[in-house]
Design a protein around this ligand. Structure first.
Ligand SMILES: Cc1cc2nc3c(=O)[nH]c(=O)nc-3n(C[C@H](O)[C@H](O)[C@H](O)COP(=O)(O)O)c2cc1C
Length: 257
């Protein structure tokens, strides 16, 4: 893994630290507290999923549902892979929660990247793949941030719970992940070292607490030197992701259709 410079770490730490003092635009992560169902655990055995059967399908309204995808062949060549850990947050009385690790739409609770990946998938089609680890992450905020920091310090490669069956069929890989401590979560390193995406286009997307992509796009390019890594990735603040459906749809159409 590329060594992160001290400035990047400081910036991440500042974004992260600010969050503990209260939420504001471009601040870091908040601490979730109360109970929420384990969305990550629910799908721990999932691999590739078709739009008709996907369990966490999001109702993103007519705009996306009406989206036309050019050909079936084009749909089959798209993979949307994402990593998302929706933290334990009290969702009582919340319809659309912004500024936290979750999005709530129509009483459905999703991680920020889970929601974004679903909107992309409903816009461009293809296969949806959730990157999950054998050992599940804690959903309580402090435990999660501690584990993430420890894994980063150890340059860990957490084992993945499911594999992509036929990676050769894809030309375009949307790759979604949260910014964790100014970097990708370590399972993304496992994922990018496990597969060879040579000749394919990787389109990154992230939802963050203020740090944007940090240096993750160049890290992806280093891990996949023979892939084309798009510079037109989508970076959304978690404070606005719940209201970003139109932006996500417009971006996804722009990069693929
Ligand atoms: C362990 C951890 C570390 C984080 N570090 C950062 C960070 O350095 N910079 C930042 O902008 N956001 C940071 N965040 C906020 C997440 O990027 C943000 O909440 C994201 O939308 C979570 O996506 P998810 O709900 O799909 O997992 C961190 C969150 C966690 C849990």
């Amino acid at each position: 893994m590329k060594k992160k410079c001290m400035a990047a770490l400081l910036a991440a730490a500042m974004a992260f630290g600010l969050a503990a003092c209260g939420s504001s635009e471009n601040s870091g992560p908040d601490g979730g507290t109360a109970a929420q169902q384990n969305m990550a655990g629910q799908e721990s055995t999932a691999s590739q999923e078709e739009p008709t059967t996907q369990e966490t399908e999001v109702n993103i309204g007519e705009t996306a549902a009406d989206t036309e995808v050019d050909t079936q062949a084009e749909r089959e060549s798209i993979l949307i892979a994402y990593f998302s850990i929706p933290e334990d947050i009290d969702t009582d009385g919340i319809d659309a929660d912004a500024g936290a690790s979750i999005v709530v739409k129509d009483e459905q609770v999703m991680g920020n990247l889970e929601y974004t990946a679903n909107v992309i998938w409903q816009t461009v089609g293809g296969d949806l793949f959730r990157i999950e680890t054998v050992e599940q992450y804690p959903l309580e905020h402090e435990a999660l941030v501690d584990q993430a920091a420890e894994e980063q310090d150890a340059d860990a490669r957490p084992a993945l719970a499911a594999q992509i069956e036929n990676v050769g069929q894809y030309d375009t890989i949307f790759l979604g992940y949260p910014n964790w401590w100014g970097d990708m979560p370590m399972p993304l390193y496992t994922f990018l070292e496990e597969y060879d995406f040579s000749g394919k286009t990787i389109i990154p997307f992230t939802v963050h607490g203020g740090s944007g992509f940090s240096d993750t796009v160049s890290s992806i390019a280093e891990l996949q030197p023979n892939a084309k890594v798009s510079e037109d990735g989508l970076s959304i603040s978690r404070n606005s992701v719940a209201d970003a459906e139109a932006e996500i749809i417009s971006w996804a159409k722009g990069v693929v259709l």
